[in-house]
Design a protein around this ligand. Structure first.
Ligand code: FAD
Length: 496
């Protein structure tokens, strides 16, 4: 695919659309944007940053860039973990959506919010806390407050109620999307001339799937509708310790499968292993062996259930049921290490900090060795232990800490498994080590039928689509329908 570089006339056109103040082709400004893509190992510096405010401005820019064959990468906050965001060669326009930051409508009866792409987790959380305190928005559980709600939705991330309500793709109810052809397409019931976004499946065959996980390759979301959820006041976090990932997986599945009246109340179910604690501190400032963490009561493996309920009675019932299942599991022949199964009594301050939203739990991984990368995979829940054992053995082989985080999606229907690769971002050789490890694990995981989330263009996407040729053929046809000149976020998802 041949693209044009941005010329003076392009910059002048962008300025005429969004105003001089909101366009920059200054290399230093453009470079400062790439430093936001903290999770991408390979990123290109954009040729120009353009900051639209209105849908019509986005439309004019896309029509121009499509005619001129200039690449465009939409970025809402640029904080998507695991490779989705970086601008790729050829760089073109970095379309910064952060000025489109209006909260347009909150409907408590139909339980949705209509927002623009620049609305951040922190802003929407604070707004709803003040004006709609009985409801919460579906913000990503561990993402920084500066990340956006729609950026996460488009990426099909996981929210603070994911174990109960499903992945972020499920909470999308409608969207307004500008295509490079100049068309403005409404998804869901909104497609019927601005009907309320109350019915996600729209007018017959739904087109949503062509947007979810598209990594900015199909069109630009200028408005999105996501579900909101009630915010009950009876809440706690329950934790149980395990000696190995298999016991963690099996006990958690038993509780997840109860569904009604139990698992629906467990909004976030997440666990992992002791290096998750260790690697949130600078490597040279803390002990690096398990014996220290054992002494301070950190189990080898654990699972947390964050529980929300409408009454104390309901909360007590869920807690009691989790305890009963844990004890029964410990005493059953299914359990591999009964001695390790014990309740991990959390300090009230630990519970409080866990429940504070948006939380900043994931941010400190950068302290360990300056760099960290989430490489995330979906597996059936009953295979997450096998994933963890395999992946940790490879992390160890490549000299990385064995950091494994696992959460339930939709009451243990799936697991989101996230090795957190902590590496020294000041050493070029470490980048090669990370990608060598990534390549080896990707080949193995795809053969097992595990699915990569936010595939990176150099390793995950080519390996995945090489095993799904017919799927890629039709994905390209969809792409050509919306973006005939392939200007949207080139390099992503092998498009092209
Ligand atoms: C420390 C840390 C913790 C995190 N924890 C979580 C977590 O708990 N759960 C979770 O799900 N994620 C998590 N993430 C990932 C990320 O922060 C979220 O997914 C975030 O909400 C992404 O939003 P964003 O605005 O940064 O997206 P961006 O990075 O701006 O965009 C994401 C993708 O969508 C495309 N895109 C952006 N805007 C548009 C648009 N308007 N139209 C079309 N395409 C667009 C981009 O091109 C990109 O490919 C974490 C990230 C970090 C750094």
């Amino acid at each position: 695919m041949l693209y044009n570089k941005i010329e003076e006339k392009d910059v002048e056109f962008f300025e005429s659309v969004v105003g001089k103040r909101f366009v920059s082709a200054n290399p230093a400004i453009c470079a400062s944007y790439s430093s936001k893509s903290i999770m991408g190992l390979e990123s290109q510096i954009a040729e120009a940053v353009v900051r639209p405010r209105y849908t019509n401005e986005v439309r004019n820019i896309l029509i121009w860039c499509s005619d001129r064959r200039i690449p465009v990468t939409p970025v809402s906050a640029g904080l998507s973990g695991g490779f989705a965001c970086p601008v790729f060669k050829p760089a073109g326009v970095h379309l910064d959506m952060s000025r489109m930051d209006r909260i347009i409508e909150i409907d408590e009866d139909n339980r949705y919010v209509v927002i623009e792409p620049g609305v951040t987790n922190g802003e929407l959380w604070a707004y709803m806390k003040k004006y709609h305190p009985d409801y919460i928005p579906p913000i990503a559980d561990g993402a920084p407050p500066a990340a956006t709600v729609l950026g996460d939705g488009i990426d099909r991330g996981f929210s603070l109620v994911t174990s109960s309500m499903g992945p972020q793709g499920e909470i999308f109810m409608g969207a307004e999307v500008v295509m490079p052809t100049g068309d403005i397409l409404n998804y869901g019931s909104m497609a019927l001339n601005g009907t309320k976004p109350f019915y996600r499946w729209g007018l017959g065959p739904e087109l949503f799937s062509t947007l979810m996980g598209s990594q900015g390759t199909m069109g630009i979301v200028t408005k999105g509708v996501v579900k909101i959820f009630p915010h009950p006041h009876f809440k706690t976090v329950k934790a149980w310790a395990m000696g190995n990932p298999q016991d963690m997986q099996d006990l958690t599945l038993q509780i997840g499968k109860l569904e009604f009246g139990i698992a629906h109340n467990t909004v976030m179910v997440q666990g992992g292993n002791w290096p998750l604690v260790m690697t949130r501190w600078p490597k040279d400032k803390v002990p690096n062996d398990y014996s220290f963490y054992e002494k301070i009561g950190i189990p080898k493996w654990w699972m947390n259930w964050e529980i929300w309920a409408n009454t104390q009675e309901e909360l007590d019932f869920v807690c009691k049921t989790i305890d009963e299942y844990a004890i029964n599991f410990k005493n059953s022949d299914k359990c591999r290490e009964p001695d390790a199964i014990r309740e991990w009594k959390l300090h009230p301050k630990q519970i409080e900090s866990r429940m504070k939203k948006p939380n900043k739990i994931a941010v400190p991984y950068s302290w360990w060795e300056a760099g960290f990368l989430f490489i995330t995979w979906y597996t059936p829940w009953n295979e997450c232990a096998e994933f963890a054992e395999y992946y940790n053995s490879i992390l160890k082989k490549y000299g990385f800490a064995e950091v494994m985080w696992i959460a339930s999606i939709e009451r243990c229907r799936q697991a989101i498994c996230m090795p957190i690769v902590c590496f020294d971002s000041s050493k070029p050789d470490d980048f090669i080590r990370v990608q060598d490890m990534n390549r080896e694990t990707t080949e193995y995981c795809l053969k097992k039928g595990w699915i990569n989330y936010r595939p990176d263009p150099n390793i995950h996407a080519p390996s995945t689509y090489s095993m799904a040729g017919t799927y890629l053929k039709y994905l390209r046809k969809v792409k050509e329908m919306f973006d005939p000149n392939y200007i949207m976020h080139p390099g992503r998802l092998m498009l092209p």
